[in-house]
Design a protein around this ligand. Structure first.
Ligand SMILES: [Zn+2]
Length: 212
């Protein structure tokens, strides 16, 4: 079944009874997220596809990368793909996933989409901690908390192998949101080279903040 809304289309098996509640939540939260990014439309509206069959989701993931147990949502094909609660409960990592976590996981992915749409310039390699910093704070803050950052700066460059990577990203962004202006953060989003130029300073400040 396919339901079309202003900023998204959602595809799901109509037997999943909680999806209308998810849709109501997304309509409100997505507007808040777009307001943060100061964007009025999504140029390329994406589909949200709910997989209620874990094996099918594995097949979808395998088209792009090796499936791992912690994987429950992705934007590999430009859409937001995620497991239904029932399918997530069949994994080890997400055996206790709640409806609230499912809702905010979609918001996390939606933050990435708004981030992509906001970039005026793009740099490679991307500053991944910043992408996850925004998505964890604006999308699913209920799943993260502040921690003390002890990693070396170079370790942050290799985000995927960094221990506690999402918690570190969450902590840096919490620091930025509390101490930098919204104008400045928007500038970093639109012009990532400026973030790259300031990142050493930001990380060092965030490390001090994380110890408090
Ligand atoms: Zn993410």
């Amino acid at each position: 079944m396919l339901v079309e809304k202003k900023y998204f289309k959602i595809e799901y098996n109509s037997s999943i009874t909680y999806i209308p509640e998810v849709i109501d939540y997304l309509e409100i939260k997505m507007q808040d997220i777009m307001n943060f990014f100061e964007i009025k439309t999504i140029k390329k509206p994406r589909k949200i596809i709910i997989y209620d069959n874990l094996e099918e989701y594995k097949k979808h993931i395998e088209k792009f990368t090796t499936y791992r147990d912690y994987m429950c949502a992705d934007t590999n094909d430009g859409n937001i793909n995620l497991l239904s609660l029932e399918a997530a409960h069949k994994t080890k990592t997400h055996a206790n996933m709640t409806l609230n976590e499912l809702k905010t996981t979609i918001c996390h992915e939606f933050v990435h989409i708004c981030h992509q749409e906001s970039e005026v310039e793009h740099i490679e390699p991307e500053i991944i901690w910043f992408w996850e910093a925004l998505a964890t704070n604006l999308g699913n803050p209920n799943m993260f908390h502040k921690i003390e950052i002890t990693a070396a700066d170079q370790e942050l460059d290799n985000f995927s192998s960094l221990k506690n990577n999402y918690l570190i990203a969450f902590t840096i962004e919490k620091y930025l949101l509390e101490n930098y202006s919204h104008v400045k953060i928007i500038e970093y989003i639109r012009f990532p080279q400026k973030l790259k130029d300031d990142s050493k300073k930001i990380i060092s400040e965030a490390k001090k903040y994380s110890k408090k």
